[in-house]
Design a protein around this ligand. Structure first.
Ligand code: AMP
Length: 326
């Protein structure tokens, strides 16, 4: 699939001495895994090239994958190939310098609402951007080297973005490509411990928040985490944002929403669904993402209420035409 795009990307790598890799702001496991994994893949395959990662913000959650190393200078950008992974739109790139290289490549699995890049390889049915990087390796395996470091980072992204191979995008190719990574002897016990062991205070916070889950008339489940509650519990924004998963198994709640107050006056929204979609809703509130997992930002209590009301109407309409879904 998209062989011409992949070939164009490999040719671009081959014709540049410097490659700089970036991802989206507020990175998750897939954003970090895919960029770290791609960097390790290119370093092992082209030891003569200079491969940098350049991003403004980082993730505590997957910090165990290692740090990004030295940053490229202005000079490095002049003749560089910049590859942006897992980032739907230019404004979400965690690196304002990404557009200042010699050539820009986009590799992404989000819905392509605002295309960018000299070469753009987008496959929105893929469960993760990491899956695409492994597919890229597999396509050119006679010319590329994938070591255990790359495999671990890519597996971390595949596991987290697919909800441990559970979400909708998980297909036969996902498992075939995951198998390619497992052939590199990843330490799964350690990897899963890093990804899924919580501190005690997080477990207690989740228990308290579970009691606060609200439901709209037609079953939209939602939670609101204010800044004071989060700070009192000693949680990072990232840890608090995970409350969205507390609502993922409630019968009849086919849409669920978590609102998390940021440190400025904005409110992060995490939207999730099964059977139906939430991406169109996210797009109406300064966001986007995937059909069943999107993000958005709102700026007032009124907008919170409006978003919940819109979700409720969407779910009402959906249930009328799909009474069998639960
Ligand atoms: P989150 O709930 O933040 O994990 O987001 C779920 C998915 O939607 C991820 O793949 C994000 O990259 C994407 N996403 C989050 N926020 C936005 C946004 N403001 N615009 C576009 N996509 C987003």
């Amino acid at each position: 699939m998209n062989e011409d795009k992949k070939q164009a990307i490999l040719s671009a790598v081959e014709s540049h001495d410097t490659v700089i890799i970036s991802r989206h702001k507020r990175p998750d496991g897939d954003a970090v895994g895919s960029t770290m994994g791609l960097a390790a893949l290119l370093r092992a395959s082209f030891p003569e090239k200079r491969v940098f990662l350049d991003n403004e913000d980082h993730s505590e959650y997957v910090a165990f994958l290692g740090d990004e190393g030295p940053k490229p200078s202005e000079e490095d950008y002049k003749n560089a190939l910049v590859i942006v992974v897992d980032t739907g739109t230019l404004d979400r790139i965690s690196n304002p310098r990404a557009v200042s290289g010699d050539m820009l490549v986009k590799i992404d699995h989000h819905i392509d609402a605002k295309p960018y890049g000299d070469v753009s390889w987008v496959e929105d049915w893929r469960s993760s951007a990491c899956e695409m990087i492994v597919d890229f390796f597999k396509t050119f395996e006679d010319r590329l080297t994938l070591d255990r470091t790359a495999a671990t980072a890519l597996y971390a992204g595949m596991v987290t973005d697919s909800g441990r191979f559970r979400y909708d995008g998980t297909g036969p190719d996902t498992l075939r490509l995951a198998a390619v990574l497992l052939e590199r002897n990843i330490d799964l016990d350690r990897l899963y411990a890093h990804l899924y062991i919580d501190d005690y205070n997080v477990t207690i916070f989740n228990a308290k928040l579970t009691e606060q889950i609200q439901r709209t008339e037609h079953g939209v489940a939602w939670l609101y985490v204010d800044r004071a509650t989060r700070i009192e519990s000693g949680l990072s924004l990232e840890e608090a944002s995970n409350v969205v998963s507390l609502m993922d198994s409630i019968r009849g709640s086919l849409i669920w929403l978590a609102f998390i107050e940021n440190d400025d006056d904005s409110i992060r929204v995490r939207l999730r669904s099964r059977f139906t979609e939430v991406e169109s809703l996210a797009r109406n509130y300064h966001g986007g993402g995937h059909a069943q997992a999107s993000g958005a930002t709102v700026y007032s209590e009124e907008e919170v209420r409006a978003l919940i009301a819109d979700a409720d109407l969407m779910l009402k309409t959906y249930k009328q035409s799909h009474p069998e879904d639960f």
